[in-house]
Each structure stands twice: as C-alpha cells, then as structure tokens.
Design a protein around this ligand. Structure first.
Ligand code: SF4
Ligand code: SF4
Length: 438
C-alpha cells in the first residue's frame, strides 16, 4: 500500500484494539443535559429559550453570536432547568443551558432546508450554518466559515481527514466501516461548493478495510480519490495531512485555503450529510470510551449534552480506579478532574488509564541527543523553545518559530530526559495567542 507521509512524527502504542471491533451503540441519556454556549471557536451562542420553556429534540436553544459562531440545538425533549455556568471538560466554567429530559425524545420539525437538486451553493452553506456544524475533530471551527474561503475557485483539494492518528480513538474508524455512504455523500456535497477541487479521503494504512470500502464506493466518482497514508502520529494534524496528501506546505500564519485546501474530519462531513440530506441539526456524535481502567470499552452514538459520567457508567464503570482520565486521546487530549461534564460537539473520546505514567516521570537535564528535533513535525527545535518558554523569553520564542508548533506532543514522548517540552511550549503559545487576540 502507498505511504503518503510527512517529515518527523512518532509511532506510539495504538491501543485501538480495545474498541476497534466494537460496533457503534446508540446511547440514550437519562440525566440532565448540559449545552455549553461555547462549543466552538468564535463568539458564544446566545440563548433563545428561558428557564421553564419546553423544548423538543432538534430545537434551536441558542443562536450563533456572530458570523464565526454556531447555533446550539437540544438533543432531547424536556424543560429548560437553568441557564448558568457549568463545568466543561477543560475544567473551565462555561455559560450553559441545562435541560431536564422527559424521556420522550419528541422531535421538532425538520430544518427548513430544500432538496439538494434545487439548492444553490449559498443554500448549501446556509444549511450547514443552520445545522450548527463545527469541526468535530477537536478544533470546533464553524464549518460554514471554513467552507466560505475568499476565492472558492482557488480551492483545489477538499480533504477528509480519515486518518484518526490519535492513539485509542476508533470513532472515525467505526463510522467509516458502518456508514461509508454518508461520508462519501457528505464529501460530494462539499465538492458542489468548489468547482475546481478534487476530493481526497485520506486514511492511515492501518485501516485497510476502510481504504477498501471507500475505494469501492468511489470507483465511479472521478472527482474523489482515496489515499492511504503511512501510519504515523500526527498524520491527522492539519498541516501534516495537507503536506502528505498534496505536498503543499502551510505555516501557522496561513489558512489551509491559502494553499488551495479545505480539510474536514469524518464526523463533520457526515454531519453535513445529515443537515443537507436529512435536514437534521448537529445533536449527536460518536464518542469512544476506552482505556485499561474501563470495564467495557465501546463506541457510542451520543446526544450532545450527555454527562460523560453517564457514558462511563454505561461502559460498566471502572474495573480499577483510574489515575488519569482524559477528554480525547492520550497525545492531544487534556486531563479531567471531574467527569460530570457534558459531551459537546468536539468530544471524541474519554480515555481512562489505571496508571498515570507521565506523573511518575521526573525530568532530568537535556543530554542534547536531538531526538526531539528529529520527530518534530513543525520543524522547530523543541528543546530550545521549551527553554525560552520556561525563561519567559517571548522574543526568542518567536524568533525560533515557536508558533509553528502544533502541540502534537511528539517531543515530550520521545525525550529520554522526560522533559515536559510540549507543556512548556503550549503554555507560551497560549500566552502569545491571547496577547495577539487583545
Ligand atoms: S515542538 Fe510542537 S510540533 Fe514539535 S514535536 Fe513538540 S509539540 Fe510537536
Ligand atoms: S530529546 Fe530531550 S534530551 Fe534529547 S535534545 Fe531534546 S530535550 Fe534534550
């Protein structure tokens, strides 16, 4: 099989055997549902309901707070219990709407979206916006904005990130196996928007079954190709994916569209299908519940707003007390200290480990082995950047291209001195990005 790839990267333990053969189970929540108003990059959504209102499944409860924002929909029927701060997986307290579900799942009318044959490009964009779709791979960038580049005629590639390179995660894998038709149909909808683009389904070669299914499905689709990428972390990071599939390089100062590319992940593309063809807003996503501390690891189709604790309980709870619970996967996810937090549009996984290996490490002095440089896909010098970050030297951090780091974690993973390089670099990047925003 071919091996499209990028420079650098690592081969961590995959851990996917825990859930890769577990078909997606539909999860029915019992408890209260919590819908944060910021589940995306951009302005928070604004509530359009008030305490005591009855809401239906698929009813808008908060409208986008600007162009770069997204609507929020209830995923159950019930009553609005409160609007106020609630903890989310990052640990932050975020303004949220809490709905007491009534167990009836009574549905609102379908979204007022026409038939695809009669839709203009603007109608398709409006449908994506109306459905509240955001990048579900983690970033949460509103999809209607991503699909509206300055010059659509200059887009040459619409890439679907089917790599799922993050260890332990299998939600995209199961979606590709179980609903590949929706994925291909979703990509065809995206291609309607870009007359000069070809579609690429980019799959890591550790998923040969998905490559085969997608190749069969797109055999008669002249605008779509399936590319098997070398299995290597972080193959699915946007810049690395673009380079691996098109040989086009972008920097942190550029958008993918500047290089003629649009990238979306699997669940996002399927949500576009749901919106345009089935006229359904984004109210559910697939979540992998996994790790060696979970009794019955599994993939679930979960209504947004569901408590992560409910999902852990549905998986038989913990077979051993976990030392670490991560929202997402072990490389890019973040440690949680509270599991009573909602599944949101960007929640891909809950990973529970019996041992917190990282906490056991103690850092020692750099031995100048250069391994962090070898694996860095951002082509920077992690050891030096971490020093600048630890010394709060913003000028040198910028001079040595600290903003090109994609926070993949490869340098920390490979470092024999167990230096927490990514953590230091990440903290400095966050600070500089916040300054830039001001
Ligand atoms: S410096 Fe950033 S991009 Fe490079 S390996 Fe470390 S985390 Fe990844
Ligand atoms: S991998 Fe660790 S020890 Fe080696 S050069 Fe980088 S920071 Fe130093």
């Amino acid at each position: 099989m071919a091996g499209f790839t990028f420079k650098g990267g690592i081969h961590p333990y995959e851990g996917k055997e825990l859930t890769k053969d577990k078909p997606i189970r539909r999860f029915t929540p019992q408890g209260e549902m919590v819908y944060p108003l910021s589940q995306h990059i951009g302005a928070p959504a604004k509530p359009v309901v008030k305490k005591g209102d009855r809401v239906l499944k698929g009813q808008m409860i908060a409208e986008a707070g600007g162009f770069v924002s997204a609507h929020v929909y209830s995923s159950v029927s019930g009553t609005v219990k409160s609007i106020g701060k609630h903890r989310v997986a990052t640990g932050d307290m975020v303004q949220s709407i809490t709905v007491e579900g009534d167990g009836l799942f009574e549905e609102a009318d379908p979204l007022p979206i026409g038939e695809i044959e009669d839709m203009s490009k603007q109608d398709v964009l409006d449908a994506v916006k109306l459905a509240g779709i955001v990048g579900m791979g983690g970033a949460g960038f509103p999809t209607h904005v991503k699909l509206s580049p300055k010059d659509p005629d200059k887009i040459n590639y619409c890439i679907v990130n089917c790599s799922e390179c993050e260890p332990y995660l299998t939600s995209d894998y199961r979606r590709m196996l179980e609903e590949p038709e929706k994925l291909v149909a979703g990509l065809k909808i995206i291609l309607c928007l870009f007359d000069h683009a070809e579609g690429i389904l980019a799959v890591e070669d550790n998923k040969p079954d998905c490559v085969k299914i997608l190749k069969e499905l797109t055999f008669n689709e002249p605008r779509i190709t399936v590319k098997a990428l070398k299995t290597k972390y972080p193959q699915g990071a946007e810049r690395q994916l673009i380079y691996a599939t098109t040989r086009r390089a972008i920097s942190s100062a550029m958008l993918p569209a500047d290089a003629g590319c649009i990238v979306n992940n699997v669940d996002t593309v399927v949500s576009i299908y749901h919106a345009v063809i089935e006229k359904r807003p984004l109210t559910e996503r697939i979540v992998t519940v996994t790790g060696d501390a979970i009794a019955d690891p599994c993939n679930y189709l979960v209504p947004t707003g569901t408590s992560m604790q409910e999902l852990i309980d549905a998986s038989g709870g913990f077979k051993v007390k976990p030392e670490k619970i991560i929202a997402g996967g072990p490389m890019m996810g973040f440690a949680m200290f509270d599991t009573d937090v909602p599944v949101i549009k960007t929640s891909s996984a809950i990973t529970c480990f019996s041992r917190d290996e990282v906490a056991r490490y103690s850092e020692s002095a750099c031995i100048n082995c250069g391994r962090c440089v070898d694996v860095c896909p951002g082509r920077v010098i992690p050891a030096r950047l971490a020093d600048y970050a630890n010394n709060h030297d913003e000028d040198m951090f910028l001079k040595y291209n600290g903003m090109e780091c994609c926070e993949c974690g490869c340098c920390s993973y490979i470092c024999p001195a167990k230096r927490q390089l990514t953590q230091s670099i990440k903290t400095m990047r966050k600070l500089l990005l916040a300054k830039k925003k001001k």
